[in-house]
Ligand binder design. Structure first.
Ligand SMILES: [Zn+2]
Ligand SMILES: [Zn+2]
Length: 286
């Protein structure tokens, strides 16, 4: 009877024999018809009991499975998993930075805005007290009133420097994110294939400040400030979405992607010595 079973081993769950790419293993001390199980059948069974005892051991013979991982566990939390804390820190940091940059700007005669403008348009007079209008060298009207708004409006500088500060923060975050994942993730190809779309979206979103600046600021500066401020408010949300996507991918890589990341050794092959010892003990007892 036993010899017959040994000749034609079958899976204790699906009663099928050995399959191509899905070998039969004997992961525990069970004998007879319960001895063999497909790697995939065992994986399905274990994952239907992911929080229970059956995940780690055979419930019949109580033998713990010998689990080997092909890869180390990937880093699940890059920063924090507490998003309320993340939002609070990001918004507070942005306001502190915004106010700091604004106060520096008033002392260095708005170097930041001048730098931004010099790349695109030269010779802008900054002393006009008129809203939305400044004069260029030829004394013709151009629609650049950003500096006027920043200098003489109460709300505009707050919104503008908040947006700029958020732009810098998101940019730094994206750089830090790519650096940290490059250094910490082991299965890079698999990981980056899955994160790349969300990451690209996050980078594009963070660059909106610059894109809208050169598209709008010389025509409708106040509209630009309102638009970019609205966009900036969602900066931390974009960051949290990227972190959430990261977590989902890592969770899959660490736990659910069983066939790639994890395999279980046959109990017998790894415990020949142990079994021999038991047999010797039994003989001695006889
Ligand atoms: Zn099976
Ligand atoms: Zn067992």
């Amino acid at each position: 009877m036993f010899d017959e079973l040994n000749e034609m081993p079958e899976c204790r769950i699906c009663y099928d024999g050995e399959k191509l790419n899905d070998s039969l293993i004997s992961p525990c001390k069970c004998k007879g018809t319960s001895k063999y199980i497909h790697m995939s059948c065992l994986s399905t069974w274990r994952h239907s009991n992911i929080d229970g005892d059956a995940y780690n051991k055979c419930m019949e013979c109580n033998q713990e499975y010998i689990i080997r991982k092909l890869y180390n566990d990937e880093l699940r939390y890059l920063f924090t998993n507490n998003f309320t804390k993340l939002y609070t820190v990001l918004y507070c940091l942005t306001w502190v930075n915004a106010l700091s940059i604004w106060s520096i700007e008033t002392t260095d005669n708005y170097l930041l805005i001048k730098t931004l403008n010099n790349n695109n348009q030269n010779n802008i007079l900054h002393d006009s007290t008129l809203y939305n209008i400044t004069l260029n060298n030829n004394n013709t009207l151009v629609g650049n009133g950003l500096l006027t708004l920043i200098k003489y409006d109460g709300l505009s500088p707050l919104l503008f420097y908040f947006s700029f500060s958020m732009f810098m923060e998101c940019l730094l975050f994206n750089m830090y994110f790519i650096l940290k994942t490059c250094l910490k993730i082991y299965r890079k190809k698999y990981y980056f294939n899955r994160i790349k779309k969300r990451y690209f979206l996050s980078v594009v979103y963070s660059f909106q400040f610059i894109i809208w600046y050169y598209l709008l600021v010389f025509k409708t500066p106040f509209f630009f400030i309102c638009l970019i401020f609205t966009m900036s408010i969602f900066g931390p949300y974009m960051i949290s979405q990227l972190l959430k996507k990261h977590e989902v991918i890592i969770l899959f890589m660490n736990e659910e992607n069983d066939n790639r990341g994890e395999f279980i050794l046959s109990f017998e092959e790894n415990n020949i010595e142990l079994e021999n010892n038991i047999e010797l003990e039994n003989i001695n007892n006889l």
